[in-house]
Design a protein around this ligand. Structure first.
Ligand SMILES: [Zn+2]
Ligand SMILES: [Zn+2]
Length: 194
């Protein structure tokens, strides 16, 4: 799968997506010859644009449960095959993320929707140039890569469904709360009383 397909899936070109693309290709290459039928699992430690490239290329998705998400805000990606302890840990070198001041200032303006059309164009150009640099960079300049052994996480347990006594919607048993002696879902538990 080439980068354009990933861009279509994600919706735009950005440095985060390029990072994810390089991570995904590295992992795909590494596991190419190993136990083909076992499912590849990715543990991702951030919720950036990079994740979309991993979903598109490696087929590791939240829905299937073979993408495990940890909210650490780090560009660290650990892959393994189910049934195999051998894992590869890919960590982005921090200098890759450093941005020049102009880029950051424009980014702030874009976010607050105060950028002029000219500034918007400049931002896109800087953003795409950075994405391109990431795509072309040598692997050893981008990442620290190490092989390791991990204890594979337990397979997902299937929980039964409970009905919330307030909103009447079904929810996963393990996520129930008790409010005024009744079993409710999390949103109803956290909602202020009317
Ligand atoms: Zn993006
Ligand atoms: Zn409810």
């Amino acid at each position: 799968m080439n980068f354009n397909t990933v861009v279509q899936f994600h919706g735009h070109v950005c440095p985060g997506l390029s990072i994810g693309y390089r991570v995904a290709l590295l992992a795909a290459n590494y596991f190419r010859d190993r136990s083909k039928d076992e499912e590849l699992v990715a543990i991702v430690e951030n919720r950036s644009c990079a994740i979309d490239a991993i979903q598109a290329i490696n087929g590791c998705t939240c829905g299937k449960g073979n993408m495990i998400f940890k909210d650490h805000g780090k560009h660290v990606y650990t892959y393994f095959k189910r049934g195999d302890k051998k894992a590869i840990r890919i960590s982005l070198k921090p200098e890759i993320l450093s941005q020049d001041e102009d880029h950051v200032a424009l980014f702030v303006k874009m976010r607050s929707e105060t950028a002029s059309p000219e500034e918007t164009k400049d931002f896109r150009a800087l953003h795409e140039a950075k994405s391109q640099r990431v795509l072309e960079m040598q692997e050893e300049k981008l990442f620290w890569v190490r092989e390791m052994e991990i204890k594979p996480p337990e397979k997902a347990i299937i929980y039964s469904t409970l009905i919330c006594s307030k909103c009447g919607e079904g929810f996963m048993e393990s996520l129930g709360r008790v409010r005024n002696g009744k079993i409710v879902c999390i949103p109803c538990f956290e909602a202020k009383d009317e």
